[in-house]
Ligand binder design. Structure first.
Ligand code: NAD
Length: 287
């Protein structure tokens, strides 16, 4: 790293709190070094009451951009000059690009999810997706899936504090994209079974299966799965979840959340550099 950094090296940040646990600095710096880009990516502990000043710093320091994570994803947009269509529809930003002082906010979580499907030769365009979740990850996936042309998006969620967000996501998808979305209460298990029965792909985009909800599943038992259904988890720690173990017992093809994580980073890398991450190299490093 010390050999790589010169007076010309430009800074890219990651602004969130807490953030010291993040794998993104290692991932992005490895990719910059591999392709010879003169950027350095550093994590900064920036909380909600500091994000406005941090955006000013992006301008002042002429940084190339930044990633943004919790609690800033839904706050930072108001301080930027422009939002991508997906970021505007999600009401969230995870990547900022600084083009000579003009800051554009993007959300790459959904792009990463769709790219991970493509990387696994899974093509959901024009088909039916049933997805559980209405939080940050789920909303980004649902909006991007609709923008990319997934035909039908059936959303399930608990009637908790995320429910209203799901109502709004469905309304945006139905009025602003060619996709059709509906929302059901996750407590309606008969409906869940019915919708899963003719879906091409089923996605768990909640934290269920991940610590502290490890060992739990949004799908009660394996009678909900059938051989042809593709079953995807957004959680990636642990890599195996109770839900995907059941799906595998039925013979379903499954995918964990690691691909989404890698490809959301690749999409941000591409926004800053104009070139995708060296994906095969990154997969080797991650494994
Ligand atoms: P969030 O807090 O914004 O949303 C939580 C969601 O989980 C909501 O829909 C909520 O209703 C649901 N939920 C919570 N507890 C539940 C329960 N007991 N039963 C049913 N539903 C429940 O969280 P988020 O940021 O959207 O993250 C969700 C998961 O996705 C986390 O595990 C996170 O680590 C993972 N994630 C993965 C990636 C990736 O790149 N693979 C990216 C972002 C998030």
């Amino acid at each position: 790293m010390s050999e790589r950094i010169t007076g010309h090296t430009e800074l890219i940040g990651l602004m969130a709190y807490p953030i010291r646990h993040s794998g993104s600095p290692a991932m992005q710096n490895e990719a910059f070094a591999k392709l010879g880009y003169d950027y350095a990516y550093l994590a900064f502990e920036v909380g909600a009451d500091e994000i406005e000043d941090a955006v000013k710093a992006i301008r002042t320091l002429k940084m190339r951009g930044s990633n943004v994570s919790m609690p800033n994803k839904t706050l930072v947009g108001q301080y930027l000059d422009e939002l991508s269509p997906a970021a505007e529809m999600c009401g969230a930003v995870n990547t900022i690009v600084n083009d000579h002082g003009h800051l554009t906010g993007h959300i790459t979580d959904g792009i990463g999810f769709m790219a991970a499907l493509k990387d696994n030769n899974i093509d959901a365009i024009g088909k039916k997706m049933t997805i559980v979740g209405a939080g940050g990850a789920a909303t980004a996936i649902e909006i991007q899936a609709a923008l990319d042309g997934v035909g039908e998006i059936v959303i399930f969620n608990r009637k908790d504090e995320f429910w209203d967000r799901a109502v709004s996501t469905v309304e945006k998808i139905n009025t602003r994209t060619s996709s059709h979305a509906v929302l059901y209460d996750l407590a309606d298990l008969d409906q869940l079974k019915k919708e899963m029965a003719d879906s091409y792909i089923f996605v768990n985009a909640t934290g269920v299966g991940m610590k502290p909800l490890e060992g739990q599943s949004v799908v009660p038992d394996k009678s909900y799965f059938r051989l042809e259904l593709i079953v995807v988890d957004v959680p990636y720690s642990p890599l195996e979840t109770a839900m995907r173990s059941m799906a595998k017992e039925v013979g379903c093809r499954t995918m964990n959340g690691l691909g989404m994580m890698l490809f959301q980073g690749s999409a941000a890398f591409e926004l800053w550099t104009g070139e995708p991450m060296p994906i095969e190299h990154m997969k080797e490093i991650l494994n």
